[in-house]
Design a binder for this molecule. Structure first.
Ligand SMILES: Cc1ncc(COP(=O)(O)O)c(C=O)c1O
Length: 379
């Protein structure tokens, strides 16, 4: 399979181990195994640690342990462990689904800009991919009227990502129901990439029901990477009809076989403390959003944004005489700040900001980015 380079990943790997202020980061501040243990009540903490240390590190259950699949299924309405496949991050779930649902020549509709996997993998499979704008053209919003005009009898799959990377757009509950109904009418699947599930923003938009809950053509993909701050566990999943789970499992036998056993156990531990983790995230997002808004307001003559309505990400639009890749490289190399170049998403004069970083690092990163912008304006 010939596939185009994943531009953002290539750019991130150039800088992410060197910079002091990574405010391009797409997730929330990561948790450690110790943080997860500390969520346990003091009286059971030692026993929980012992059970993790004693866990035989053999191969794990291929679909994810029943305990983990039960816990994940319980986060949806009327979904069972038979409808769950635990994968190596949401990225593997998406990849398996694209390969099982699609044939060369199929018509796919995917958001744009987007997490590049969502359109580049269908293209590499040989599908005809129509890009559904969530960019500046539609004020960084989903426009379902526009989607309706793009659907054809050949449409096999509609991909949605809500909350959306990189704009923070949200599909409203009504819009999500309408997307599902439009897909069902032509017998298409809807893949809901819900990697940013549970990441609500103060005064943000309401969350739609996960796509699996809309009906038999709906599939939900989730992950512990973003909403739990556990990307290093590489635990993601799909919630799908049992027949799709069986097919994706069959393909997965040739790729990663099963989740890591310790990761599966740590994921079970994390899920027991969902409410604590969500509350912690809320505090980080609230603090950083207020700081970001203040920082942007002070630079209104050349910076603007539509604040995220959900999730952690937004695009900053800037009016400076420098292309986004050059600006992002200058920020990283000369100021130790990472803000992702809009060009990696196909949009010039934008930078992607993530509000999940540790608040002191986030604030210092913005201050330093401001210095860089001032220097460019003074030239
Ligand atoms: C929209 C979206 N989907 C999927 C992923 C993959 O996440 P992971 O494989 O870490 O679960 C990402 C990561 O940035 C993402 O932004």
């Amino acid at each position: 399979m010939k596939i185009e380079p994943f531009l953002l990943e290539r750019w991130m790997t150039r800088h992410e181990t060197h910079v002091k202020y990574d405010i391009a980061e797409s997730g929330i501040l990561p948790l450690s195994a110790q943080d997860l243990l500390n969520f346990e009540p003091p009286e059971t903490r030692a026993a929980t640690l012992e059970s993790l240390l004693q866990l035989p590190l053999g191969y794990s259950e291929a679909r994810g342990t029943v305990a983990l699949r039960d816990a994940l299924a319980a986060t949806y309405t009327q979904v069972t462990a038979e409808q769950m496949l635990v994968t190596t991050g949401a990225i593997e779930a998406n990849y398996l689904l694209f390969h099982e649902l699609l044939e060369p020549g199929d018509h796919v509709i995917a958001p744009y800009p987007a997490y590049q996997q969502l359109y580049s993998v269908p293209k590499a499979i040989g599908c005809e991919v129509s890009l559904w704008s969530v960019g500046p053209e539609t004020s960084y919003q989903y426009d379902v009227d526009h989607l309706e005009t793009m659907i054809t009898p050949k449409t096999k799959l509609i991909v949605v990502n809500t909350p959306h990377n990189p704009t923070g757009a949200m599909l409203s509950p009504e819009a999500a129901a309408r997307v599902y109904a439009l897909a069902e009418r032509v017998g298409a699947w809807v893949l809901g990439d819900e990697a940013y599930r549970w990441l609500a923003v103060p005064n943000g938009a309401p969350f739609a029901r996960p796509m699996i809950e809309h009906g038999p053509r709906g599939i939900s993909v989730g992950t512990l990477s973003k909403p739990y701050g556990l990307p290093g566990l590489r635990i993601g999943w799909m919630a799908a009809p049992p027949e799709i789970i069986q097919r994706c499992w069959g393909l997965r036998d040739y790729i990663t076989l099963s989740p890591g056993k310790l990761n599966d156990a740590l994921a079970c531990l994390a899920l027991r403390h969902h409410d604590r983790i969500v509350a912690r995230n809320h505090d980080i997002i609230q603090t950083n959003l207020a700081v970001a808004q203040h920082w942007i307001d002070a630079r209104r003559d050349y910076l603007s944004w539509t604040a995220p309505r959900g999730g952690l990400l937004a695009l900053l639009k800037y009016d400076l005489p420098v292309a986004s890749l050059e600006l992002a490289d200058t920020l990283a190399l000369d100021h130790s700040v990472m803000l992702a170049p809009g060009s990696a998403f196909g949009y010039e004069h934008h930078l992607r900001l993530g509000v999940g970083q540790r608040p002191d690092i986030f604030a210092a990163g913005l201050t330093e980015a401001g210095r860089c912008f001032d220097a460019i304006r003074a030239r």
